[in-house]
Design a binder for this molecule. Structure first.
Ligand code: ADP
Ligand code: BMX
Length: 285
């Protein structure tokens, strides 16, 4: 893996940064995401963590963030309950101004999908989807070897598709989405606990987690109908939590064989967003 430089992965719960050499994480720093921070605040948080891993302006830097990035490099929260102050924020321009020309910005799940398709669980698949089950539910679709993108940056945001298992409002403004039953915020709210991690600590086979896994299994089958997927990789701290993937697979077994692609954990684990962000930078900046 000839991927070397620095990367940021800003999700709804945590910001991870890394120094990467030949595709391997050499140094890592992490902090909590401030959901109410505006672009200036988020940039400040990224810069402070980057300093911890030795980054200096001018070096290659791939930035992956939750939310959509449009063709002009503007950053918009789709779920405004997760990043409430991110609205048409000129992330691309601000990153270049602060860190130089060798920077790029991409959605976090799209970045992870790119990395998994190239170096991880998606290798050898013709049509591949990466799904993250984390604060929200995100996706990166790689079809015929190419990451699906769009002018408005919304392509791949599969967590905002409808789920028969939810009638709940979603921070996207839609009603009854996959994210509003399967994501970490939804799991915590349904259990009345501070976060989804506490729900897992109590009981990984809690019916609330089972419902999340069932919604993700339905989503996988629906995406397979539409895209003819060969393989799906699941990441995110919930997706990778012990006991979660087996529940998804059990629910998927209720579908006819034609609608069941290969489903595995993300091979690069929690590094896929970081490695994909830097790969995107190398290929686009
Ligand atoms: P982000 O959404 O910022 O990318 P994560 O992938 O870590 O970050 O996902 C955050 C969600 O995962 C939160 O809902 C958190 O409670 C949950 N979580 C974190 N660690 C664990 C764990 N070990 N087991 C289960 N859930 C976890
Ligand atoms: C949401 C959406 C996606 C993101 C996905 C996973 C926002 C703020 N987020 O669907 O852009 O890719 O969550 O993000 O609109 P995470 O926060 O769970 O890592």
């Amino acid at each position: 893996m000839s991927v070397s430089g620095y990367a940021v992965d800003l999700g709804g719960t945590k910001i991870a940064v890394a120094r990467i050499a030949d595709g391997a994480v050499q140094a890592r720093a992490q902090g909590a995401t401030s959901g109410g921070a505006d672009l200036g605040g988020q940039m400040q948080a990224m810069a402070a963590l980057l300093q911890e891993v030795g980054y200096q302006a001018g070096e290659p830097l791939g930035v992956a963030v939750a939310g959509r990035i449009d063709r002009e490099g503007c950053w918009h929260a789709v779920n405004t309950a997760t990043l409430s102050a991110i609205k048409a924020a000129p992330l691309g321009a601000m990153l270049r101004e602060r860190f130089g020309a060798r920077v790029s910005a991409i959605n976090d799940a799209a970045a992870a999908g790119l990395a998994e398709s190239r170096f991880g669980a998606g290798q050898g698949a013709y049509n591949f989807a990466y799904l993250t089950v984390s604060t929200g539910v995100g996706g990166g679709l790689v079809l015929a070897g190419k990451l699906v993108d769009s002018n408005n940056g919304l392509a791949g945001h599969v967590g905002f598709s409808s789920s028969p298992l939810s009638g709940e409002p979603c921070g996207s403004g839609r009603l009854g989405t996959v994210e509003s039953v399967a994501g970490g915020r939804a799991i915590a709210a349904a259990a009345g606990l501070a976060d989804a991690k506490a729900v897992f600590a109590r009981e990984p086979y809690d019916p609330i987690i089972g419902r999340s896994a069932q919604a993700v299994a339905r989503l996988i089958a629906d995406l397979t109908v539409i895209l003819g997927l060969d393989a799906v990789a699941i990441g995110g701290s919930i997706g990778l939590a012990p006991g979660y993937l087996p529940q998804v697979v059990t629910h998927l077994e209720g579908e006819p064989a034609l609608f069941r692609p290969r489903v595995t954990p993300a091979q690069l684990g929690s590094d896929s967003g970081l490695i994909g962000a830097l790969l995107h930078c190398q290929e686009n900046a």
